[in-house]
Each structure stands twice: as C-alpha cells, then as structure tokens.
Design a protein around this ligand. Structure first.
Ligand SMILES: CC(C)(COP(=O)(O)OP(=O)(O)OC[C@H]1O[C@@H](n2cnc3c(N)ncnc32)[C@H](O)[C@@H]1OP(=O)(O)O)[C@@H](O)C(=O)NCCC(=O)NCCS
Length: 168
C-alpha cells in the first residue's frame, strides 16, 4: 500500500537523495531539488513524498490550482531506481488523481513526459492519460478526465490501484 505525504522538514533531504536510473537521468524532468525550490516560491505547487509503509520510494509534485485551460498538472512523478517496476508508479499516479479530484476539485488532469521516455509514456497511457498534443520542445502532453462515481468515490482515470504487488 502506498501513501502520499506532503514533503516537510522531516523528509525533504531523503527526497532529494532519491535517484532514477542512469538512462532516465538524461530524459526525466528536473531533479527533486528543483521542484522543492519551486514549491517554496510558488505555493500552488505541492511536493509529495511517496511512501510504501515507512520506506520512501518516490516523489511527485502537482499543481493545486487549474491552469487557464482548466487542467490540474502533475508536474513530476518519479520512483527511486531501486523501487521501479514494482507497481509503485502506477499506484502513486492513481493516488495523485484521487487527491487532485477530492481535495482540489480537479476534473481534467494533465501530465507531460519526454518523447523518448517510453516508460513514463506506457505508464500514463495504461492509466488512462491520452495524448493531448506536444508542447513543441520534445515533450508529450497527456490528459485524462477524472470520473467520480455516484457515491463520490473517485476512480483513477482508468481503474483504482490501491494495493501494490511486487513483480516476480
Ligand atoms: C515512469 C516511472 C515513474 C514509473 O515508475 P514505476 O514504479 O517503475 O512504474 P510501475 O512499476 O508502476 O509500472 C507500471 C507500468 O508502466 C510501464 N513501465 C514503467 N516503467 C517502464 C519502463 N522503464 N519501460 C517500459 N514500461 C515501463 C509498464 O507498463 C508497467 O507495467 P508492468 O511493470 O506490469 O509492465 C519511473 O520509471 C520513473 O521514475 N522514471 C523517471 C522519472 C520520469 O520519467 N517520470 C515521468 C515524467 S514526470
């Protein structure tokens, strides 16, 4: 089971120590320290630590306010290299969607990734994020409409993922 927690003084340092793979270093977005600094200057950006039980497994940052097109952005999602391909990224994405809808009233959620970041592309696509155009600088923009059930329980764009299993 994963848990998202807003980054604070207890875990900011552990967050900046998270590393992606060598290959991803060249294609992933800005490092955690960048997002923490941006969040310090722009309170609309919310930095989140991703935990599995007590282990810090990743980091995310999202915009708590919609842009001019009504989209709430997940600006960053990364899973530490030792924890990848175990379902944490997908589970964290589903949890971010749930949080954006329940806490921030999001209806459309957007993400971006480099065209050569096939791992991120596959993850987002399999989670219901459809291509919504390119930003023109080698980035693909994807978005999803977040459905809400009649009882007010939010589903992810595709299906809820709340339990993380480990890949054999
Ligand atoms: C993208 C990222 C968050 C995925 O995290 P993860 O925990 O490894 O993802 P999951 O284990 O939940 O994978 C879910 C699915 O996504 C796809 N996927 C994830 N990583 C992949 C990779 N490297 N290559 C191909 N497909 C991949 C697979 O379909 C996977 O399902 P499977 O393992 O059953 O085949 C992680 O690779 C990462 O931190 N990358 C660097 C940062 C980045 O690029 N972020 C995205 C842009 S903000």
């Amino acid at each position: 089971m994963i848990r998202l927690k807003e980054v604070d003084c207890s875990d900011w340092y552990a967050c900046i120590k998270l590393e992606v793979t060598e290959e991803q270093n060249g294609i992933s977005p800005a490092p955690v320290v960048y997002w923490l600094e941006e969040a310090r200057l722009d309170r609309r950006l919310v930095p989140m630590a991703i935990y599995s039980d007590t282990s810090l497994v990743g980091f995310a940052a999202y915009a708590g306010e919609a842009d001019e097109q009504g989209r709430h952005w997940i600006m960053a999602l990364m899973i530490g290299r030792g924890y990848q391909r175990q379902g944490y990224g997908k589970a964290a994405l589903a949890e971010l969607v749930r949080l954006l809808v329940t806490k921030h009233g999001a209806r459309t959620i957007a993400v971006g990734h480099r065209t050569d970041d096939t791992g991120a592309g596959t993850l987002f696509e399999s989670s219901g994020f459809q291509e919504a155009g390119g930003s023109g600088d080698g980035e693909i923009v994807r978005s999803c409409e977040a459905p809400v059930t009649t009882v007010g329980i939010v589903r992810s764009c595709e299906a809820p993922v709340t339990t993380v299993g480990s890949h054999a």
